[in-house]
Design a protein around this ligand. Structure first.
Ligand code: AN7
Length: 379
């Protein structure tokens, strides 16, 4: 008989480190277990001796890292008897909420900003049967409204202010440590609400705690949810580096941004919900924040697609754009192992991809014309 290896999702895999009981009904779509891909060509392009890995979170069931948090949040919502969930979203959270609600047989309400949402994400929320409410306002306004409405209606908020979200998302750090056999030196990650950077830090801290390293103090991030609430630790943990889009960079401005703007619509967020925690992550990990222009973000997205065969959405490429700049300048030194999180799949936003690519060539349907087109493009 072959060995049974069916993967049944991250809650099943890490149940001893997540807030579930033996009889908890788990709402899963097989999320997690995403590839950690070592970049072959980009380090050569940079001319630097570095190990860069990308954690391809776009290969989660709904195409983004949000599934990690959503499996946990919806599992707990159902366990607590909730019949409806709600979120504000720049797109990916709404796609995940809609899918996991469908799986659980409960209702999803999603508030999305006027216009600036990538088409793939909207299609997902609609297709999974969520009630999609488009507001005349941005994500930050939507988030505020969700918090208000949740005090008056029987709905569970599944934005990352729901602590179960970060508990699910921390498992990405577990997977990285398990694959590398250690934590990377630097972990580069796009920052919007700053939930994911916080979740990764929780994961790295717990992992080194579980491996018996030196305990220095109470875990200040998990609201008592994690099974290692007794202590955060110093051990092999990365410096956490958070990159924002220049037009939506409250962590660089040192204050909230009221009218955020960027082509990377996923991170068009001016009032991050995990503000205090993210500053703490930066401090504890010895990392930093920086910003990337939209042009840098798109260039990194294209480079990754063309040189490595990996297609991520613009917001995700922010991690690589920033990392490449910091590697080039030496801020991230040679000899380092770097992980860049690619938060969402490139197919989420086909419009941006097509706009920045060489136009397709239209030719007559004859052998001669097709041959001509091929020869003209041979190197
Ligand atoms: C592709 O879907 O906030 O710093 O409403 O979709 O944890 O907020 C999306 C965020 C990065 C930022 N990359 O993560 C939403 C939403 C992608 C994203 C982020 C998001 P956080």
């Amino acid at each position: 008989m072959p060995f049974r290896t069916r993967y049944t999702g991250l809650i099943d895999k890490y149940r001893d480190r997540l807030p579930v009981h033996d009889d908890t009904r788990i709402i899963s779509l097989g999320e997690g277990n995403t590839p950690l891909i070592r970049l072959n060509n980009i380090p050569r392009v940079l001319g630097k001796d570095v190990d860069i890995y990308v954690k391809y979170e776009g290969l989660n069931p709904t195409g983004s890292f949000k599934d990690r948090g959503m499996t946990m949040a919806v599992t707990k919502a159902v366990e607590e008897g909730s019949k409806a969930i709600i979120c504000a979203s720049t797109g990916n959270t709404s796609a995940a909420a809609a899918a996991y609600a469908a799986r659980a047989g409960i209702t999803a309400f999603v508030l999305i900003p006027d216009g600036k949402i990538a088409l793939g994400k909207l299609a997902q929320a609609m297709m999974h049967g969520a009630t999609v409410i488009q507001i005349k306002g941005n994500f930050d306004k939507g988030m505020q409204l969700v918090k208000e409405v949740a005090t008056e209606a029987p709905v569970t908020i599944v934005n990352s202010i729901n602590p179960y979200r970060l508990q699910g998302q921390k498992t990405a750090a577990f997977e990285i440590v398990e694959e590398l056999g250690r934590a990377p030196d630097f972990h580069c990650i796009p920052v919007g609400n700053a939930g994911n950077i916080t979740a990764h830090w929780i994961g790295y801290c717990e992992y080194s705690s579980a491996s018996g390293d030196h305990v220095t103090g109470a875990c200040s991030f998990c609201h008592g949810q994690c099974k290692y609430a007794g202590g955060a630790v110093v051990g092999n943990r990365p410096k956490m580096v958070g990159y924002q889009a220049s037009g939506s960079a409250p962590f660089m401005r040192g204050k909230m941004v009221d009218d955020p703007d960027t082509l990377a619509t996923a991170i068009r967020i001016g009032h991050p919900q995990s503000w205090d925690m993210a500053w703490k992550v930066k401090e504890e990990s010895g990392g930093w924040f920086d910003e990337c222009s939209d042009d840098e973000i798109l260039a990194a997205q294209k480079l990754l697609a063309e040189k490595e065969g990996v297609f991520c959405e613009p917001a995700s490429a922010t991690s690589l754009a920033g990392a490449m700049r910091d590697i080039t300048s030496g801020t991230i030194p040679e000899g380092s192992t770097i992980v860049c999180t690619l938060t969402g799949h490139g197919l989420k936003d086909p419009d941006i991809a097509i706009k920045q690519s060489t136009p397709v060539q239209a030719v007559d349907a004859t052998l001669e014309e097709v041959k001509k087109a091929i020869l003209a493009n041979m190197e």
